[in-house]
Ligand binder design. Structure first.
Ligand code: FAD
Length: 139
């Protein structure tokens, strides 16, 4: 069996993303990820993206380099990269959550008033994505 990994990164959008921009990203992401056996969760708020990508190591690495080149965002910062037994986000080729009351609530528990991923630990970002994945928006 090929090694399975989970990668989490955050990045800064080059401009405010509208819902239609997120739809564009998610439509392509979901279709590509399905064909590569990848899954994950994307959060966008306060002009930051936070994304978890899970799947076979080669596929995750290849996608990361492609995403890093995407001109819609910059300052891609890898938060964690770990070998996993099974995928947490396996039900979603790419789940999505934006700035919802739940996000505000989760951030408040971390003493944060807005999403600023650089201020959160890898464990906190993973937990945030995991909680958000259970309450997604249908985008
Ligand atoms: P093409 O569609 O041929 O595009 C060529 C180039 O143009 C690429 O550099 C592409 O990034 C860029 N591009 C494409 N559309 C636009 C646009 N609307 N505006 C500006 N530039 C554009 N892709 C996945 O497959 N899986 C994911 O999980 C995933 N997550 C993403 C998360 C974020 C935060 C962002 C910003 C993008 C994500 N993408 C994801 C999209 C990814 O970066 C590629 O655009 C996509 O995979 C298509 O790649 P391609 O080589 O077929 O490029």
């Amino acid at each position: 069996m090929k090694p399975l990994v989970r990668l989490i990164y955050f990045s800064s959008a080059v401009r405010e993303m509208a819902l239609s921009d997120m739809k564009d990203i998610l439509q392509v992401a979901r279709s590509n990820n399905q064909s590569k056996g990848l899954c994950g969760m994307l959060c966008y708020d306060n002009r930051f993206f936070v994304q978890a990508l899970e799947g076979e190591r080669e596929a995750v690495n290849e996608l990361l380099f492609k995403i890093a080149e995407d001109p819609r965002h910059a300052d891609v910062m890898i938060v964690s990269y770990e070998y996993i037994e099974q995928a947490t986000f396996k039900d979603w080729n790419m789940g999505y959550a934006g700035g919802t009351p739940l996000l505000t609530e989760l951030l408040a528990k971390l003493n944060q008033t807005e999403l600023n991923p650089g201020k959160l630990s890898p464990k906190q970002l993973y937990a945030l994505l995991r909680h958000l994945s259970a309450h997604q928006e249908s985008v």
